[in-house]
Design a protein around this ligand. Structure first.
Ligand code: NAD
Length: 299
């Protein structure tokens, strides 16, 4: 199997956990980590190297901007993280600067490279990365509400005693406070969630709120979130490498709204290969427009 070159920008909690998760899943990759804090990066790589003894398909080394130029997948996880009760949008001015500085240093990217944005506020920064990178729209996207959707699926799985893998539930819009559950496209075995036994509108709304608030709760307890997002990003890398063409909610460019927010996408080797037309109800369309208006305010 060919080795994929993966460059991770930011060797903080999120970036290193993504590297660790990829290695543990035996993702066949040459992973490079790049951080402005070279000492931290060196320490993280030495620590990660100890774990590689048990998973021999990946290598993890310190990277440069030139390595990122040659990478097949670039994962952007550098920048400030939320403090307790801080909103993701409050990170905008510092992280916008970091995205600008780093991407300018990497350009030109490999022609078919895929750039995955993780740094928050991810929707706005995905749009910024898209315009700075010069890459086609299908090759630049943010992890968006994949994490929120997985949190929702997990809550439903626990309640219904059904594998989260068999639950198709989507949180769409902003990866932030204005996100919304798209119940009209959410189902189990073809039955809409709103009609599923042991579920009702009130309980579903409660699960959606819990999913939305989960990051605040984790940050309050331990200062940062990284395992969940790392697992999501590793799954996205597998989707790309194995050309799985899976349906995942990702922060992608929306032609009509002229910004990036999460909608269901088909992800494969070439990036976002399709944005399937989905049928939201009137309330959900309103929520999508509200979410877009909130993102647009900060552009
Ligand atoms: P962290 O503080 O642990 O790590 C951030 C790293 O970025 C640090 O090591 C820092 O030195 C590095 N950095 C800063 N400026 C840089 C530059 N110019 N070039 C290279 N490296 C630079 O933070 P973290 O917990 O890893 O979070 C990283 C980002 O991921 C935050 O913005 C956080 O909000 C975001 N995040 C997103 C999601 C999601 O679902 N999208 C989930 C969790 C965290």
């Amino acid at each position: 199997m060919n080795t994929t070159k993966v460059a991770i920008i930011g060797a903080g909690a999120v970036g290193t956990t993504i590297a660790y998760t990829l290695a543990q899943r035996n993702f066949p990759a040459e992973i490079t980590l790049l951080d402005i804090d070279e000492k931290r990066c060196k320490g993280e790589i030495l620590d990660l190297s100890d774990a590689l003894v048990f998973c021999k398909t990946s290598t993890i080394t310190a990277g440069t901007y030139q390595d990122a130029q040659k990478a097949d997948i670039i994962i952007f996880a550098a920048g400030k993280r939320q403090e307790i009760d801080q909103k993701r949008t409050e990170l905008l001015s510092s992280n916008k600067r970091i995205v600008h500085d780093v991407i300018k240093k990497i350009v030109p990217f490999k022609k078919d490279a895929i750039l995955i944005m993780v740094t928050n506020p991810v929707d706005i920064l995905t749009l910024q990365a898209l315009s700075l990178s010069g890459l086609p729209k299908k090759q630049v996207f943010g992890s968006g509400t994949i994490l929120d959707s997985m949190r929702l699926r997990e809550l439903l799985a626990e309640h219904l005693k059904i594998s989260a893998r068999s639950i198709h539930a989507y949180i769409l819009g902003e990866h932030g406070d204005s996100q919304f559950p798209a119940w009209s496209i959410s189902s189990i075995g073809g039955t809409p969630l709103l009609e599923y036994p042991n579920l009702d509108e009130k309980l579903l709304a409660q699960f959606a709120t819990q999913a939305r608030e989960r990051a605040y709760e984790i940050i309050k307890c331990k200062g940062a979130t990284y395992y969940g997002v790392a697992s999501c990003v590793a799954a996205l890398c597998e989707n790309i490498l194995f050309d799985q063409k899976a349906l995942v909610p990702l922060s992608c460019f929306n032609q009509e709204l002229e910004l990036c927010l999460s909608m269901p996408c088909i992800l494969g080797k070439a990036g976002i290969e399709q944005q399937p037309a989905i049928k939201l109800n009137t309330h959900e369309i309103d929520q999508l427009k509200k979410s877009a208006a909130i993102i647009a305010r900060d552009l």
